[in-house]
Design a binder for this molecule. Structure first.
Ligand code: C2E
Ligand code: CA
Ligand code: CA
Length: 716
């Protein structure tokens, strides 16, 4: 007999002994005490039945044959009628019924054995042991069965409720199982999968011929007991609908049979997120156009393509002119709207474009691949400029824009993306230098110009740090009696080798580099010192002011007030000696801070004038609300007097309206008597221009003031 199936400690088996004589029961109990069994005793067949009805869990019943009322045979028959005890083995023990008839009756009534007294203890115990072992094995089997059943159930649970698709295949790669998730991911029924080849599903890069099982990596994996893992694959159903997935294909072998289990996970969501992230990293959120990163990548790809097919590639950089002004004057939301609007216009227009991208700010990049060899980039650039210069209506404003375009062609001027981008950028700057609203084709000399510009920047920084800038002075006079009303201070930089450099070239450098603060402090200090000397000499006319140019940077945190106060305190000057010139864009920035600063300045005694009036977008009615004293009509209007009736009308109207608002008007850049005559007639209050004096160095200004003082002393 095999030992108990499980070696685990198990509850002792129970034996029921039935005998009407207590001493017999006692002897049997004694006999069994050496075995690991629990003994229950019954003094009659009836008691035995009672016990069994309550608890039927006995591995064996030892039954006396001869008992009053119910003898052993009848009791056994009754026991074996009951379903719960039908299979409980019974051994009969008897001293008297030893002949074969009785023994046969005993077996007929369901005995497992029949033992006659006197009992041989060894034989009885050996026989009992068989039943005890049987019972223990039966219990172990039952437990195993329960465990297997539980395992089976949890396996089914796993398979049915797993979010992952699970497909099993045999060693021919044919599907013999698929779980519900697999059907759901593939959008098919199980009968559309069963007996199909796994190769129908997986689009593995290593699979050339999809149904070549003999050479497939899956077959090899099954043969070699390998696992295949793939994080970025696609799984397809029979209609060819693909789902991105990650999968692992585990294999097993048992004897000469084998197979594999494919577990796959739907990664569509992850893929979508990745795509979203990639889109965000490569596109501009405002215009939805590709950004600089994607532009560069596309350019690299285009270069490689063009190298192969010999096509020409054209790179253009389009930069809006004076976009900063639009932002400053109308606010960023209008600026943004303008960009979106222009981007759409350019995009819908340029159909031949391979890629149209926003490179940053107001800069766009355009790629053209010239497939048929007759693309004319100058014609295209001309048309784009035309598109850009059509007025745009935004928030009740008609905004006029223009652009500057730089063009470079591959392979003529360069092989690599970095260089082409730089070359297009340089050309675009060249177009700006040429007066904007135009395009420039790349020329290698642009590189020298760029180098020169960066040298200029470097030299300018040194000049500011070494205090090498000085100021010139230009008189502003009363149009009616030619009295001096103010002197404008203009920054001058004489470069060591280049000589005179126009402020129009170095002021932008100063503004972008932050040097405008030290520069203006230097200029103001020189001007204040000169003014103080002129006052001391008694040549400075009573009530005349020194006009100082400012930059919007100086208005941050009211910096300009600190600057003025600090310098003024060094000299014995009052604020009513000064006039501040601001630009229109600063005002229309509608920053409360700027307006407050201007109010403070006015209360301190400073006079405030708007420079270059007419070149920005401000309307006169807007000025009504602002703390200003004077308008300076821009030179561009004055120079057309006698040539352009429209400009003449604008001048007259501006002066009239300004007077209505109690503002004085200075006409800038008066060069001829004819202009002066017209302006006098139009009631311009003051004149500034070469007709009266060019900007003068300090010494010459001093001489001018002296002569002026002499003249003033003379009676009219
Ligand atoms: P702006 O403030 O409009 O200065 C007047 C400009 O017109 C000066 O140019 C002056 O030389 C020029 N001008 C005056 N009368 C005539 C004339 O009859 N005909 C012609 N053709 N031009 C005339 P400049 O000195 O080249 O300055 C250019 C600009 O640079 C200035 O324009 C001003 O915006 C800026 N700037 C100059 N100095 C400073 C400064 O210290 N600080 C700041 N922030 N800007 C300055
Ligand atoms: Ca000025
Ligand atoms: Ca001006």
């Amino acid at each position: 007999m095999t030992p108990a199936l499980s070696s685990k400690i198990q509850p002792a088996s129970r034996i029921l002994i039935v005998d009407d004589r207590e001493e017999n029961l006692f002897v049997l109990e004694e006999l069994l005490s050496g075995m690991n069994v629990d003994v229950v005793k019954a003094l009659s067949g009836t008691e035995a039945l009672h016990i069994l009805i309550k608890d039927s869990d006995f591995c064996l019943i030892l039954m006396d044959v001869q008992m009053p009322v119910l003898d052993g045979f009848k009791t056994t028959q009754l026991i074996h009628k009951h379903p719960k005890t039908r299979h409980t083995p019974v051994i009969f023990i008897t001293a008297i019924h030893k002949d074969l008839n009785y023994i046969h009756r005993g077996f007929d009534s369901g005995a497992a054995d029949y033992i006659c007294k006197p009992i041989d203890a060894k034989i009885l115990l050996a026989k009992i042991q068989v039943f005890v072992d049987l019972e223990q094995n039966k219990r172990a089997l039952e437990r195993l069965f329960q465990k297997t059943k539980a395992l089976e159930e949890s396996k089914n649970l796993l398979l049915n409720y797993s979010q992952d698709g699970i497909i099993a295949v045999d060693d021919n790669g044919l599907i013999n199982f698929c779980n519900p998730a697999a059907q759901e991911i593939l959008k098919v029924d199980s009968n559309q999968l069963i007996n199909k080849s796994i190769l129908m599903l997986l689009d593995h890069p290593a699979l050339r011929d999809k149904l070549d099982w003999e050479n497939s990596i899956f077959r090899r994996a099954i043969l070699q007991g390998d696992t295949i893992r793939e994080n970025d694959a696609k799984i397809a159903n029979e209609k060819g609908q693909c789902t991105p997935c990650s999968y692992s294909f585990g294999t097993f072998r048992s004897g000469d049979k084998g197979g594999g289990v494919l577990m796959f996970h739907d990664i569509s969501q992850r893929k979508q997120n990745e795509e979203k992230l990639l889109y965000m990293a490569t596109h501009d959120p405002l215009t939805k156009l590709p950004n600089r990163i994607l532009f560069k990548e596309a350019l690299n790809n285009a270069i490689n393509r063009c190298k192969r097919n010999g096509h020409r590639l054209i790179v253009m950089f389009v930069d809006l002119d004076h976009f900063k002004k639009v932002n400053d004057e109308f606010g960023h939301s209008v600026g943004d709207e303008l960009l979106v609007n222009l981007a759409q216009r350019l995009l819908s227009y340029s159909r031949k474009v391979s890629l149209f991208a926003r490179l940053g700010g107001d800069e766009f990049g355009v790629l053209f691949e010239d497939e048929d060899g007759n693309f004319d980039s100058t014609v295209m650039a001309g048309k784009m400029l035309e598109v850009l210069s059509k007025p745009i209506e935004l928030k009740n404003h008609s905004i006029l824009t223009s652009g500057s375009i730089g063009i470079v062609e591959h392979p003529e001027y360069g092989e690599d993306a970095e260089f082409l981008i730089k070359a297009a950028d340089l050309s675009m700057y060249q177009a700006k230098n040429m007066g904007r609203n135009c395009f420039a084709m790349f020329d290698p000399t642009f590189e020298d110009l760029a180098v020169q510009h960066s040298h200029l920047e470097r030299d300018f920084k040194n000049a500011v740090l070494e205090n090498k800038l000085c100021c010139h002075f230009q008189p502003i006079i009363d149009s009616h009696n030619e009295k001096l009303v103010a002197v404008e201070v203009l920054a001058r930089w004489i470069h060591d080798t280049r000589g005179f450099v126009s402020p129009d070239n170095f002021i932008p450098i100063a503004e972008t580099s932050g040097l405008i603060i030290p520069l203006s402090t230097q200029i103001y200090t020189q001007a204040f010192k000169a003014l103080q000397a002129w006052i001391d000499q008694g040549i400075w006319p009573q009530g005349a002011r020194i006009a100082l140019n400012t930059s919007s940077v100086q208005f941050r945190n009211k910096l300009v007030i600190d600057q003025l106060m600090e310098i003024k305190d060094k000299f014995r000057l009052e604020m009513d000696h000064f006039e501040i010139e601001i630009t229109e864009s600063l005002l229309l920035n509608d920053q409360e801070e700027v307006i407050e600063t201007l109010r403070m300045m006015q209360t301190m005694g400073l006079s405030i004038s708007i420079d270059d009036f007419g070149t920005g977008y401000s309307s006169l009615s807007y000025l009504r609300r602002l703390p200003i004293n004077t308008l300076k009509i821009d030179r561009s209007f004055i120079k057309d007097i006698g040539k352009d009736k429209d400009d003449e009308c604008i001048i007259t109207a501006t002066i009239d309206l300004a007077h209505n608002l109690n503002l004085k008007v200075i006409s800038e850049g008066v060069e001829t008597e004819e202009q002066a005559e017209f302006l006098r007639h139009a009631n311009s209050d003051y004149f500034q221009g070469y007709l009266y004096s060019r900007p003068l160095p300090e010494k010459e200004m001093e001489d001018w003031l002296k002569a002026y003082a002499e003249n003033s002393k003379r009676p009219d």
